[in-house]
Design a protein around this ligand. Structure first.
Ligand SMILES: O=C(O)c1ccccc1N[C@@H]1O[C@H](COP(=O)(O)O)[C@@H](O)[C@H]1O
Length: 220
């Protein structure tokens, strides 16, 4: 069976970190975006990053962050990856990667086929691509909205860089999403919450377990 690497994003407590590690996820995501119910101060995130066990990769999610903000985050805590979830250009992605010496994952919002061109645009600059649902116009958040896109758009795609599927994934639909898209990495935030910003350990465990289970054939 292929080992699917799971990222659980938007952790806010040390209990969340423990639940993510116990479930066997590969990545823990910390959100630095004040409008998000998952936003952390640097001091809060530092506590969580230091609580993460060896082997759980710590990802800082930022949205159009400037160097001052990234300096403060990266100097305060050990990190394994930066996730850029705003309108960062390929040039800015390359700049961030060079300045901080960390792998960079660039989020690309997808609503239709045309949006996939951006995956190529970022493929040289970024280490990984996060293929997420495009947020609705006037949404407060550029991600973490619990919305999915038509997975058939990325079905069986091969790209230059490793990619991660996100957007509206849940314990109930992730196996089907993996089967349809052949994604080897998946990312979830609201689908494992009891309420916005409040993670549910049983949903985290169920989500990771669902990525390990053989997917049932899709009914057409
Ligand atoms: O989670 C957030 O609050 C967030 C805020 C700003 C940008 C991105 C955010 N989350 C990312 O979006 C994906 C998908 O979220 P969901 O599962 O549909 O709720 C999430 O995994 C984060 O990487």
């Amino acid at each position: 069976m292929v080992d699917i690497r799971v990222k659980i994003c938007g952790l806010r407590t040390v209990e969340d970190v423990a639940a993510v590690a116990a479930a066997g996820a590969a990545y823990a995501g910390f959100v630095f975006f004040p409008k998000s119910p998952r936003h952390l101060t640097i001091a809060q995130a530092r506590v969580l990053a230091l609580a993460a066990p060896v082997g759980l990769a710590k990802v800082a999610l930022v949205v159009d962050a400037d160097d001052a903000a990234l300096d403060a985050i990266t100097e305060a805590m050990p990190l394994d990856m930066l996730q850029l979830h705003g309108h960062e250009s390929p040039e800015r992605v390359a700049e961030v990667r060079a300045r901080y010496g960390l792998p960079v994952m660039k989020a690309v919002g997808v609503a239709d086929e045309g949006d996939l061109a951006a995956v190529l645009d970022y493929s040289l600059a970024a280490d990984q691509i996060l293929v997420d649902a495009k947020p609705p116009k006037n949404a407060d958040l550029p991600g973490g909205n619990g919305l999915s896109f038509d997975w058939r758009l990325v079905a069986q795609r091969r790209w230059l860089k490793p990619w991660m599927l996100a957007g509206g994934l849940t314990p109930d639909n992730v196996a089907q999403a993996i089967r349809l898209t052949n994604a080897r990495q998946v990312d979830v935030s609201s689908g494992v919450e009891a309420s916005p910003g409040v993670k549910d350990a049983s949903k985290i465990a169920a989500f990771v377990a669902a990525t390990r289970a053989p997917a049932v054939p899709m009914l057409r």
